[in-house]
Design a protein. Structure first.
Length: 254
């Protein structure tokens, strides 16, 4: 079946989501996050795009990009090849890391530009990864808060002040972006979920999941919930009670 052509943006600005292949976890350590940001910086210099907002989540990435010298497809081919080469070498793996086709939407006006920035900044809050936006280290909210490093803040602040963006980012969302609700509703097969459980926890046999110490088990449960697996599916495939899975919030692994 042929793929639908992407809608071209008259403004050259796109909200893009990169998802892990089979929804697998991408960023397993702080080094993984830092390397991806380093690759973004390198590719900005080569491709000439402007980065207006970003957020790195466990199994996906949100980017708000204005095209420069290269079109979107070439930009992400460059980003993907650099990061995946490093990632596969680090984890001694082969094959794809990201889904073959990234998801994107055109951003054509100022109102929606600000809406997308707010949506991107609120992703970790919505996923339960932090209790306030200031606490999440891998989003551009930190850059708007403390001064730019990677984002091209000057493009946004020609329309609205930095302080106004920070305030707006905390306001309640009234609309979804990038048709995420429809994306999230796609049911994951048990085979896909089992593969993710193995990748995240390192279990050779999913039944071994119950043998983890409670703190380690709960850490992995939290990661699995943020990979898009439902609490009921996690419970069914790991043998951990639904109530336990449902009650899991952010965990740290010492």
């Amino acid at each position: 079946m042929s793929r639908n052509a992407r809608v071209r943006s008259e403004s050259g600005i796109y909200h893009v989501m990169l998802r892990g292949n089979n929804r697998q976890q991408i960023f397993l350590t702080p080094q993984d996050n830092q390397k991806f940001l380093q690759v973004l910086k390198e590719c900005k210099a080569l491709s000439g795009f402007r980065l207006l907002a970003y957020c790195l989540m466990g199994n996906h990435v949100h980017l708000l990009i204005k095209e420069g010298n290269e079109e979107l497809g070439q930009i992400f081919k460059r980003i993907g090849s650099r990061f995946v080469y490093w990632y596969n070498a680090k984890y001694q793996r082969v094959g794809h890391l990201f889904q073959d086709r990234f998801k994107c939407e055109a951003v054509e006006n100022q109102r929606y530009l600000f809406t997308v920035i707010r949506y991107i900044h609120q992703n970790p809050l919505k996923a339960g990864l932090c209790t306030c936006l200031e606490d999440y280290p891998y989003s551009s909210y930190q850059e708007y808060l403390r001064g730019q490093y990677l984002v091209d803040m000057d493009y946004v602040t020609q329309y609205i002040s930095r302080e106004a963006i920070l305030t707006y980012s905390k306001e309640a969302m009234t609309e979804e972006c990038l048709d995420m609700a429809a994306t999230a509703s796609t049911r994951m097969t048990d085979e896909e979920a089992i593969e993710i459980i193995r990748n995240v926890s390192g279990c050779r046999n999913v039944g071994d999941f119950q043998k983890f110490p409670q703190g380690q088990r709960d850490f992995y449960l939290f990661k699995l919930k943020n990979c898009g697996i439902s609490a009921r599916q996690i419970s069914r495939l790991t043998g951990v009670s639904y109530y336990t899975v449902q009650s899991i919030r952010g965990q740290s692994l010492d």
